[in-house]
Design a protein around this ligand. Structure first.
Ligand SMILES: [Zn+2]
Length: 314
């Protein structure tokens, strides 16, 4: 059984509050563990919410403001302290390299873990495995900021009864999967689509610290889950514009325009005590909205539109 979920490690922008830690998001995607924007205190939040350093296979930074990266030194050092043996890939905006080098060497420790750095300077695919690919696209913040998009390829589920009816088994099924067809001894060509049904791949987008922009739209296009910043409510739209952020309404418009099936809001300004107004504002525009709290776990399995408002929490 595959394990696909988002764990919110922290949901506050700029400064942590009593209820909300600095940003931090962990995505379990089968055997991959993707850590996004580790703000201050991420290491302890991982302990609170059941994420081990050894679970991390890649780290992604949208930009180098403190609430998105001050947790990096602790996490990097913990990888070595825990003796993590697999390499961990670190993706970040190339223009932030100087800050990343400082964060990586913020204090004295014995480095044994292998960190592979991937500075990003051009949009497109930055990571590709047999199971998924990750793209990066530029956002529109007060400093250079990049968002990320994970896409699993579509697949075909072969139906055993149809295979059996045609006498297809063993190596023939392998051929069918690999080449998309199989030629029977009598000359008939069986297409994979005749003996299976298509399974849409899952998808997830991470849009943090940005005004609404073309890059955000591209990242969010048709995804199952869009994790999006909503630092402000629409009543503070002027501030959102000035400081390079989104309101809940803007995030919902982005999700609707992009055809994202589920919208998870986060990165709330400390001025707001309650998240409910964010959900209400966004829900007027998009039918499936949740506001994250620290420790919230969201299933990243393909969302069905009929799940309705608030679906997705597990
Ligand atoms: Zn931020």
């Amino acid at each position: 059984m595959s394990d696909r979920r988002l764990i919110a490690l922290g949901t506050s922008s700029q400064v942590p509050t009593r209820e909300r830690n600095h940003n931090g998001y962990f995505v379990r995607w089968d055997d991959a563990g993707l850590l996004f924007d580790p703000g201050e205190g991420t290491q302890r939040q991982m302990t609170h919410f059941g994420v081990a350093a050894a679970d991390i296979t890649a780290i992604f930074l949208t930009h180098l403001h403190g609430d998105h990266c001050l947790g990096l030194p602790g996490v990097i050092q913990r990888l070595s302290l825990d003796g993590v043996t697999h390499p961990v890939d670190l993706y970040y905006p190339a223009s932030g390299a100087e800050y990343v080098q400082r964060l990586r060497r913020a204090s004295i420790f014995t480095e044994t873990a292998t960190i592979r750095e991937h500075p990003i300077a051009t949009p497109g695919v930055i990571r590709e495995t047999a199971r998924f690919r990750i793209e990066a696209h530029p956002l529109d913040h007060t400093v250079e900021s990049w968002g990320y998009r994970l896409v699993e390829p579509d697949a075909l589920t072969l139906l055993p009864d149809k295979l059996a009816a045609l006498g297809l088994r063993g190596p023939a099924v392998g051929w069918l999967k690999r080449q998309g067809f199989f030629d029977l001894p009598d000359g008939r060509r069986i297409l994979a689509s005749e003996v299976g049904h298509p399974k849409r791949g899952g998808s997830f987008a991470f849009v943090m610290d940005s005004r609404p922009c073309a890059g955000a739209l591209r990242l969010a296009e048709q995804v199952d889950t869009l994790l999006c910043e909503a630092t402000f409510l629409e009543s503070e739209a002027a501030e959102a514009e000035r400081y390079g952020h989104m309101t809940a309404r803007q995030a919902a418009r982005l999700a609707r325009e992009a055809g994202a099936r589920r919208l998870a809001l986060t990165h709330f300004s400390r001025r707001y005590q309650q998240a409910q107004p964010f959900v209400e504002e966004a829900s007027a525009i998009h039918p499936n909205v949740i506001a994250l709290t620290d420790g919230a776990t969201v299933s990243l399995r393909a969302a069905r539109p009929e799940q309705g408002r608030g679906g997705g929490l597990t």
